[in-house]
Design a protein around this ligand. Structure first.
Ligand code: TXA
Ligand code: MG
Length: 311
């Protein structure tokens, strides 16, 4: 274990905050068993106190100790997808304070796969509460530099584990009630989850637990951003008198101030998405136009983030 990871674990033990890499996005971590540390985390994130936070563990056994009445489906999903980009919402045990659950009787738990996250979790030994390492509502961080740019000196140490491989946040499956509910799509497809569970996964319902990913505007650039169908992109660019920044699969025919080409397959697209949105946001344009990706199941995670970025 590196001295940086050891130091980061010590900071967590003393109630401090640590930026660290996961395979999905960078997390801003705090000791999940400390009310004061979590309060600090919420203050730095500028996150409302009634929004629950995901607690990260080194192993499924540890994660399930913070939950109660763990259903067989959770064991199956954990067996198949942990460590990895999946969060399970379960009934909480009394190990989990109400300050990490937003006052609800459920808890979101995840075992991340990134080797630096694993090292940190092992060195620390307990649960690490970690939302994405950006201010509330802003674009998530997928590099250590993003974390530094967003949070500056509000975070004592940022561990650098390179760019996040998945690029969008974990899929969240709620197993705390009757049946399974997909609260947030991610890299792991709904079909893959259903195959392991052996049952259908329901759509997010209006009465599902609150979660900040469910807020309308989230993961959003400061520049107004809009989705535009592929065949309308050039017409829309021509129509606008603004300086436009464009995220597209190929070079627009019309002249634009700034544009970025995105991969035509969803895994590569997701990996680049947040860095690309940040870059377009910095381009000094009046609007951002995003070519709508295909309406296919494997694009669900990307489309979800784009809908929020443009709502
Ligand atoms: O990939 C990820 O999940 C990243 C990395 C750092 O692990 N974390 C992340 O955390 O995206 P955050 O806080 O930005 O988003 C967590 C989502 C929120 O929408 C939160 O409200 C929801 O998970 N959540 C957490 N606990 C929950 C619960 N008990 N019930 C319903 N939703 C919950
Ligand atoms: Mg977030």
């Amino acid at each position: 274990m590196s001295p940086e990871v050891r130091r980061a674990a010590d900071i967590l033990q003393c109630g401090g905050l640590v930026g660290f890499p996961t395979e999905t996005v960078y997390g801003l971590g705090a000791d999940a068993s400390s009310r004061e540390a979590v309060a600090r985390l919420y203050a730095v994130k500028r996150r409302p106190a009634d929004h629950p936070v995901i607690v990260h563990f080194a192993s499924a056994a540890q994660a399930f100790a913070w939950a109660t009445d763990v259903p067989q489906g959770a064991e199956k999903l954990a067996q198949k997808f942990w460590p990895g980009p999946l969060t399970l919402v379960l009934k909480r045990s009394n190990r989990a304070g109400d300050f990490v659950t937003g006052g609800q009787d459920t808890i979101g738990v995840r075992v991340p796969a990134h080797p630096v996250a694993q090292d940190l979790l092992k060195a620390f030994g307990g649960g690490i509460a970690a939302p994405s390492a950006n201010r509330f509502g802003a674009i998530s961080a997928t590099t250590a530099a993003h974390v530094r740019a967003d949070l500056g000196n509000d975070v004592e140490v940022v561990l650098d584990g390179g760019p996040s491989e998945v690029g969008i946040e974990s899929a969240i499956v709620d197993l705390s009630g009757e049946g399974a509910v997909l609260l947030r799509p991610g890299r792991i497809s709904r079909l893959a989850l259903e195959q392991v569970l052996g049952t259908l996964i329901h759509e997010k319902r209006a009465d599902s637990p609150r979660h900040s990913g469910g807020l309308e505007r989230h993961y959003a650039p400061k520049t107004p951003a809009r989705l535009v169908p592929p065949h309308e992109l050039d017409r829309e660019i021509a129509r606008l008198k603004d300086k436009v920044a464009v995220l597209a699969f190929s070079r627009p025919d019309e002249r634009v101030e700034y544009w970025l080409r995105m991969p035509r397959e969803p895994l590569g697209y997701a990996q680049k998405l947040y860095a690309a949105l940040r870059e377009l946001d910095e381009a000094g344009c009046e609007s951002i136009l995003i070519e709508t990706p295909p309406d296919a199941p494997e694009w669900a995670g990307v489309r979800d983030r784009l809908m929020r970025a443009t709502s």
